[in-house]
Design a protein around this ligand. Structure first.
Ligand code: 5AD
Ligand code: FES
Length: 348
């Protein structure tokens, strides 16, 4: 079968044989690439029209007890300048974000034991009390079922936990021994069972990633049908053991965005900051390849540099208001439009 036929098969069956997957992932044929992205755009526009949803990202702590090899804020990095935002600072970001049109706030942080369940619960409650019309997304890592339930009962709507890789062997090459692939996958299932809108995801071109690993990722995503999926290129961080590894590519990230849009038609798919970091127009291109979400940073500018998962991160000095203005213009150049909306998943 030619590659155009393979893409048509993907649209119908949402899976391919190993050799078809390989052929699609390996091709650099411009015509195939353009057909793939036009299919993704068509699906995206049939469901979400021209709307782009925005999420206000608040990076509230860069303390982390984990030692993920790829991540700049891992616990072994003694060069990381650690910080925690106070409740007041976090709520000030929310207040400002609301005025700028944000109706979803993402609390993202390292796995920081200082933020006990009680603290997270009271933060979630405070945000929901302040703005009952907003969604709260948590992105704070692996927790117990009991903890996840407590946050949900406090009003958290969504949870982001990238699976990182669907291959247990690959997982071991990216994480120290005390972290387990099984536990991460179980967390995703638990979150779904509790009733969250759930996001998984992966880094494109992470060290040791093979085509087979990517095929496993795509099959996992197709089966799990996440509400959200975070896909961005791996970018090395100078203080990690992967500092000399190559970054993931723009082309492969765009290709995967399009494929994921086809596999899970209604998925909420961000054009990530990492994509904007490896290419100045990365996020715009992401939107043209099936992405329908952007997640600008609302953290105070004086801590942004410290939340450094990878080198060269964009938007370091831009105040939130500038950032959203810049982003609105970028979204418009891609032919889309930012909306003031919670931007829930269709089935929520
Ligand atoms: N490059 C790109 N993405 C990274 N992440 C962590 N470190 C890096 C890096 N060096 C991603 C992980 C994590 C998310 C919060 O950020 O996928 O789940
Ligand atoms: Fe942040 Fe452009 S989106 S400065």
């Amino acid at each position: 079968m030619d590659l155009i036929g393979i893409i048509d098969k993907l649209k119908k069956e949402r899976d391919l044989s190993d050799s078809e997957w390989k052929a699609l992932l390996e091709t650099e044929d411009a015509e195939v690439f353009s057909y793939l992205s036009s299919c993704a755009r068509e699906i995206r526009e049939s469901i979400y029209g021209k709307a782009v949803f925005i999420r206000g990202l608040i990076e509230f702590t860069n303390y982390c007890k984990n030692g993920c090899y790829y991540c700049g804020i891992n616990c072994k990095n003694t060069n990381a300048d650690r910080y925690r935002l106070t409740d007041e600072q976090i709520l000030a970001c929310v207040r400002e974000g609301y005025e700028l049109g944000f109706r979803t706030f993402v609390l993202q942080g390292g796995e920081d034991p200082y933020f006990t369940d009680d603290k997270i619960v009271s933060l979630v409650r405070a945000i929901k009390e302040m703005h009952p019309d907003c969604a709260v997304t948590l992105s704070i890592g692996e927790k117990s079922e009991e903890s996840y339930r407590a946050y949900f009962e406090a009003g958290a709507d969504r949870y982001l936990l990238r699976h990182e890789t669907a291959s247990p062997e690959h997982y071991k090459k990216l994480h120290p021994e005390n972290l387990s692939w099984d536990n991460r996958m179980n967390c995703l299932k638990t979150l779904r069972k509790i009733g969250y809108q759930v996001g998984c995801g992966l880094m494109v071109g992470s060290p040791y990633q093979t085509m087979d690993d990517l095929i496993a990722d795509l099959r996992f995503i197709s089966g799990f049908k996440p509400d959200m999926c975070g896909i961005g290129p791996f970018i090395p961080h100078k203080d990690t053991i992967f500092k000399d590894e190559p970054a993931g590519t723009l082309q492969m990230t765009l290709k995967l965005l399009s494929i994921i849009r086809i596999l899970v038609p209604d998925v909420l798919l961000p054009a990530t900051t990492a994509l904007g970091t490896i290419d100045p127009t990365g996020r715009e291109q992401g939107l043209k390849h099936g992405a329908n979400v952007v997640m600008p940073n609302l953290s105070p500018t004086n801590v942004r540099e410290k939340y450094s998962l990878y080198d060269g991160k964009i938007c370091m000095d831009s105040e939130s208001a500038e950032c959203i203005k810049c982003l609105a213009a970028r979204v418009a150049t891609a032919g889309y439009e930012i909306v003031v909306d919670r931007g829930d998943h269709k089935n929520a």
